[in-house]
Design a binder for this molecule. Structure first.
Ligand SMILES: [Zn+2]
Ligand SMILES: [Zn+2]
Ligand SMILES: [Zn+2]
Ligand SMILES: [Zn+2]
Ligand SMILES: [Zn+2]
Ligand SMILES: [Zn+2]
Ligand SMILES: [Zn+2]
Ligand SMILES: [Zn+2]
Length: 588
């Protein structure tokens, strides 16, 4: 079906189609399941029900010119012109915010034809008469700044304050790119002091200076260039933007009380993450804790991909026992009187270091409401891949239709044939399985019950089940057929690898192994270096990659009538392979 008169760039009509994955409306990516409208030329998709809202929005926008010749804020490409577009870019994952209000969610904006400069239609309209190029007296920031006379009229969001004095943005300001949070009052920048007394360096005053090469800021311990306050006698430097952090930080979503700035002359141990900090600390007098600036806003609840339940940040953990608790990521001790993330479910005993669990943002998500998350997750994993045709007295599905197979499958509990493999996971079948009576097709009952959508420990983003006749697994690097999970819309994982948990006992090694995402050295099974991590031993130098780990632990080989057992250690000085008679590396 086609909708006519859809004023989208006056060029395309809208086609209705099914099973297109995403809805582009207000940039909110929602899975599309029902009827979908799509504009093939733009790869622009909507739920059918949203099309009419879209029409209204578009109609109100058609009065706006589709193109504007130049814009005072972007003189570099004024010969190229700016054209009306919608978010998100269908060919680009990056979303560029408006240069003025920094908002990324408004749908329509003008974009430069030569670069990604973009400005919302509303901001472009309101600010078209402004003078922007008012040069600033001091050049303190690494990016070029834009002058704005009256920020309140163009909707510079209320959530921003001046980076220098932390007061609201009412008077004239300078702002930076949408992706840089730097904003400063014109007044603050013009009146920047040339000499300051700073509580982290009480012996000498600090003088405003500038450096065109990198210098270390003693407060944030990062490299900066440009202006700084420094003491040349002691080589003590503070980046101008780091000199005055907020004196009070209040973020109720992460801590119930406000934190106050406490200048230190030396180092301290942070009560929230148990690592060292310097000079700038924040204290909560109610809880008697002292934390890093970044640790004033730690998420209270997160869902970490490697644990099934939500975990909570606590500044200390009370226990009745004397036992030591190890972090389930790095397997070093967690000090229970300092901050950590832990699971509150009875019997779970899951504790991790703050910095270990927050290290990779692809492995966790911030949770606002634990109950709501659990309900949502329960629902999503109930997405079954079968249609039940017949059930027996105890409610077991005895006849099913499976999405991989054209005929119905029946349930059986005893396999007559020797070494019959499951077509889903390629492992042998002995009990409880489904079979096809028309052709040789078998599936384990457990493989039939795999959820269509789930969350795998390798990523917090969801994993989707699919069936492929021939596909390379990104984890063990073996090609096989059967079920795969596509993790985070990128990684294809065979079911054999999917069954491997992140902490394992391994035949052939006396200690348990855990998955280390940062492991980059060679695998003791195959000698290949791996940059996606590997299963590592915490006690000794031993690691195995997915490929070597999912290798069958014993294998029948035609030379020897007995089973050969896979081993990773060899006592003999020199070893030869009995099949090819060449020397083997004894470490493998
Ligand atoms: Zn900037
Ligand atoms: Zn000094
Ligand atoms: Zn900390
Ligand atoms: Zn740790
Ligand atoms: Zn738990
Ligand atoms: Zn199977
Ligand atoms: Zn290997
Ligand atoms: Zn070991």
């Amino acid at each position: 079906m086609r909708i006519r008169n859809f004023p989208w760039r006056n060029k395309f009509s809208i086609l209705f189609t099914r099973n297109i994955p995403w809805c582009y409306w207000q940039s909110k990516a929602m899975k599309l399941s029902k009827l979908t409208a799509m504009d093939a030329g733009n790869c622009f998709q909507l739920h059918a029900s949203l099309v009419f809202i879209a029409i209204i929005t578009f109609t109100s926008n058609v009065q706006r010119p589709l193109e504007i010749p130049n814009y005072p804020l972007h003189p570099e490409h004024s010969n190229q012109g700016f054209f009306l577009r919608q978010r998100p870019h269908y060919d680009n994952d990056l979303v560029y915010g408006c240069v003025l209000c920094k908002e990324k969610r408004n749908m329509f904006f003008y974009e430069c034809r030569a670069c990604y400069f973009s400005i919302d239609i509303k901001c472009a309209y309101l600010s078209s008469s402004y003078k922007f190029n008012q040069p600033s007296k001091h050049d303190i920031h690494q990016h070029p700044l834009t002058f704005i006379e009256s920020p309140t009229t163009i909707d510079v969001p209320k959530r921003f304050n001046c980076s220098w004095c932390h007061e609201p943005l009412i008077d004239a300001i300078y702002i930076c790119d949408p992706d840089c949070p730097f904003i400063i009052h014109k007044k603050c920048l013009d009146e920047l002091p040339t000499k300051i007394d700073h509580l982290t360096h009480r012996l000498h005053p600090l003088i405003l200076n500038r450096s065109d090469s990198d210098y270390l800021c003693n407060l944030c311990q990062k490299q900066h260039f440009g202006p700084f306050y420094g003491c040349s006698l002691c080589h003590f430097n503070i980046n101008v933007e780091c000199a005055w952090p907020r004196s009070i930080v209040e973020d109720k979503s992460s801590h119930q009380h406000p934190f106050s700035l406490l200048w230190r002359q030396g180092s301290f141990i942070c009560d929230a993450c148990d690592t060292e900090g310097n000079y700038i600390s924040y204290i909560c007098l109610k809880c008697c804790i002292e934390v890093h600036k970044k640790c004033t806003s730690l998420p209270r609840i997160i869902k970490f991909s490697r644990h099934d339940h939500c975990i909570f940040h606590k500044h200390f953990l009370q226990t009745r026992e004397l036992t030591r608790q190890d972090c389930k990521i790095c397997f070093n001790e967690v000090k229970l009187d300092r901050g950590s993330y832990s699971c509150g479910k009875p019997g779970c005993n899951y504790v991790v270091h703050v910095n270990c669990v927050l290290e990779n943002e692809k492995l966790y998500e911030v949770i606002e409401d634990e109950k709501q998350y659990e309900e949502f997750y329960e629902k999503s994993i109930q997405s079954s891949i079968i249609r039940v045709i017949e059930v027996n007295e105890v409610g077991e599905a005895t006849k099913i239709q499976h999405f991989t197979h054209q005929y119905y499958l029946g349930l059986a509990d005893k396999m007559e044939e020797i070494d019959r493999k499951c077509d889903g996971c390629m492992l042998s079948i002995s009990t409880l399985f489904y079979y096809c009576s028309e052709c040789p097709f078998f599936l384990h009952k457990t493989c039939v019950e795999l959820p269509r959508i789930k969350q795998h420990w390798f990523r917090q983003a969801s994993a989707t089940l699919f069936f492929k006749d021939f596909q390379n697994c990104d984890f063990c690097d073996q090609s096989c057929s059967g079920f795969f999970y596509e993790i985070d819309e990128w990684w294809d994982m065979s079911i054999r690898c999917d069954k491997v948990v992140d902490i394992i006992e391994c035949e052939g090694h006396q200690h348990f192994l855990f998955y280390d995402f940062n492991y980059e050295k060679e695998c003791n099974g195959c000698g290949v270096e791996n940059n996606n991590g590997a299963f590592r031993c915490g006690e000794c130098r031993f690691a195995l990659d997915f490929g070597c780990l999912t290798f069958p632990h014993s294998t029948l080989h035609k030379i020897d009538e007995h089973m050969l057992n896979l081993t990773y250690h060899d006592d003999k000085e020199q070893s030869y392979c009995d099949i090819c008679e060449r020397e083997r590396d004894p470490r493998l």
